[in-house]
Ligand binder design. Sequence first.
Ligand code: C2E
Ligand code: CA
Ligand code: CA
Ligand code: CA
Length: 279
Amino acid sequence: AKANGKNRVQVFEPGLLRVDNPRVTFEWQLAAAAAANELVVHYQPILDLPGLQCTAVEALVRWQHPERGLLYPGDFIDVAERTGAIIGIGAFVMRRACLDAAAWRKANPGAPLAVHVNVSAHELDREGFVDSIIGCLADTGTLAKDLVVELTETVVLDSPAAIGRLRAIGALGVGIALDDFGTGYASLTSLRALPVDVVKIDMSFVAGAVSIPSDRSVIEAIVRLCAQLGIATVAEGVERLDQERLLGDLGAGGVQGYRYSRPLSAADLTGWLADNRAG
Ligand code: C2E
Ligand code: CA
Ligand code: CA
Ligand code: CA
């Protein structure tokens, strides 16, 4: 019930109470998706420069929807954040990613792969988040150094409690990556306030780097600043050789993008990695 104007209380909105409301149905399905085994985690390689060896992967969730087919995060993450379903989804992705990281380390002890997992504001807002990561690492046999959490700067900076949790996660040895770097209003503040290990240069700068001087300058400044602070850099959304060359010239430490691979199932990643390691 929501107060509406002076003395009126609107008791219900009829459309919202009907189970055949498509939006409500979608939200219910989303809340149940993890338990219904409909979520799939794909992995996109992150390669170092200039060697182009794959050193890490980013976990990206997909939803095999019963009627609509394979859905991408753009179709449901915003809804999940609004309804709270993101908590269950995030926990599912974290567990799946840790299980896979532990298996990769076992299969290839000499060349382990770190797994990056996206974490949303709501997850970090919860008191139990640090314990859930500790539990996940222990249950799956994953080393802290094989896990990197990715967050956007705005996720954290508003909340001292969230900053405290992030420090605790960093103290475990889990890596901290700042996603979409350069697009927020507080990029420099966030570097100072947070225990950042990796900065991910937003793909909008990479897209313009070759033809737009100001985009190139932004990348150059980020790379130089991170080098001085001892923070690794990964450029996102690399699609072409000219972008890769320029990023190498500018000193970016790593690259990720369709040029190397789209996000792959764990099974397809194994084959891709064999090719990457063979050179
Ligand atoms: P993001 O974290 O910035 O992830 C990178 C996105 O860019 C991915 O989209 C990836 O498939 C896409 N991408 C990679 N290389 C290229 C390229 O060369 N060109 C272009 N144009 N795009 C590229 P995706 O998988 O659709 O994910 C979108 C966003 O959804 C992610 O952006 C992330 O913010 C969010 N997301 C994905 N998985 C999760 C998750 O498990 N939890 C949470 N909280 N958010 C997630
Ligand atoms: Ca990310
Ligand atoms: Ca750290
Ligand atoms: Ca990003």
